[in-house]
Design a protein around this ligand. Structure first.
Ligand SMILES: [Zn+2]
Ligand SMILES: [Zn+2]
Length: 286
C-alpha cells in the first residue's frame, strides 16, 4: 500500500511563502493498494493536482480511470476539488463516490446541489464520466484487494472516518474529529477504525490553547491525536488538517512538540503531513 498526500490543510485553502513546506491545498490523499482501482480519501482542493498526475498514467495505460473516492463529509474543504478532477471529463471513466448518509436529503441531491450553477458553471451530471454515489454509515466492504471500513466520527455534521486494509497493512483516516472535552476518551467507533493500525492520519488542527477557545468547532488537538495513536497502538501518526492560521514555522514547532509528549516514544514515527509527501507502507514491513 502506498500513500500520496495531495492536500493536508484544513478548513480553507491557503497560499504564500509561509506555507511552502506544508502546502495549502485541502484534504485529499491517494491510497494505492496494487489493484488498478485507486482509493482517494476526500475531494479537497488537492484533488485537482491528483487528477493532473493521474492523467498521463491513464494515457500511457490506455484505460480510463476507475477510482473510489471515500468522502468523510461534505464540508467545502473536503469537496471543493471534485469538479476540478480532470478524469470527470473522460466518458470512459468510472468514479464511485462513497460518503456519509445525511438524514432526510440524499447524498446524491446534496453533491448535485453543490456542483451546480450558480455555485459552479456546470451541473455534476454534465460531466462525461460515470459517477456513482454510494451512501455509507457504519459499514465494511471489500474491493479487489482491500477491505474498507467506515464508522461515524464526532464532528459538526454527519462525518465518517475510514480504515483501509490490504495485504496485511492498514491505514486509518480521520481528518475531522471533535476531541472530547476531557481529551482522553476514545470512542468505540474510533477504536474500531484505528486499532493496531500501521498509519493513522488524524486531525491535529489546534494546540491546547486554541482548543480551549474552540472546543466545539469539531476538531482535535495535536496532543489528542497523539493520545489516540498511543491508545490504539498505531505505528505511525500523521498529523493532518493543519489550521490555515498555522504557517510552516508553527507546524514544525507542533510536530516537534508532539514527538516529546508523554508516551509518544511508543509511536514509531510522528510526522506532520506535507503536500507531496508519500509513505511506502510495504517498506514498513522490511
Ligand atoms: Zn475539514
Ligand atoms: Zn469538517
Amino acid at each position: 500500500m502506498h500513500l500520496t498526500f495531495y492536500g493536508v490543510r484544513g478548513s480553507c485553502p491557503c497560499s504564500g511563502p509561509s506555507y511552502a513546506t506544508f502546502g495549502g491545498a485541502t484534504s485529499c490523499v491517494l491510497v494505492e493498494t496494487g489493484s488498478d482501482v485507486p482509493i482517494i480519501f476526500d475531494a479537497g482542493t488537492g484533488m485537482r493536482a491528483l487528477g493532473s498526475d493521474l492523467q498521463p498514467r491513464l494515457v500511457e495505460r490506455g484505460v480510463p480511470l476507475h477510482a473510489r473516492v471515500l468522502l468523510t463529509h461534505l464540508h467545502y474543504d473536503h469537496l471543493l476539488g471534485l469538479p476540478f478532477f480532470s478524469p470527470l471529463e473522460d466518458p470512459g471513466a468510472v468514479v464511485e463516490i462513497y460518503g456519509p448518509r445525511q438524514g432526510e436529503t440524499s447524498l446524491s441531491d446534496l453533491i448535485n446541489g453543490a456542483v451546480t450553477p450558480p455555485f459552479f458553471p456546470v451541473q455534476m451530471k454534465e460531466f462525461a464520466c460515470d459517477v456513482r454515489l454510494v451512501e455509507m454509515a457504519d459499514e465494511d466492504f471489500s474491493t479487489e484487494d482491500a477491505t474498507v471500513s467506515s464508522r461515524w466520527v464526532e464532528h459538526t455534521d454527519p462525518t465518517l472516518g475510514y480504515r483501509v486494509e490490504s495485504a496485511g497493512l492498514s491505514v486509518a483516516y480521520l481528518p475531522d474529529h471533535q476531541a472530547p472535552l476531557d481529551r482522553v476518551t476514545v470512542s468505540d467507533g474510533v477504536r474500531d477504525l484505528c486499532q493496531g493500525v500501521d498509519v493513522l492520519i488524524h486531525d491535529a488542527q489546534y494546540d491546547d490553547e486554541e482548543f480551549s477557545r474552540r472546543s466545539d468547532w469539531g476538531h482535535s488537538t495535536v496532543a489528542y491525536a497523539v493520545r489516540v495513536a498511543i491508545e490504539v497502538g498505531a505505528r505511525q501518526l500523521v498529523l493532518f488538517h493543519h489550521d490555515p492560521a498555522h504557517d510552516d514555522e508553527r507546524i514544525l514547532a507542533l510536530e516537534a512538540a508532539a514527538r516529546h509528549l508523554p508516551g509518544a516514544e511508543a509511536i514509531e514515527r510522528i510526522v506532520a503531513a506535507r503536500e507531496g509527501m508519500t509513505i511506502d507502507m510495504e517498506a514498513m514491513t522490511r
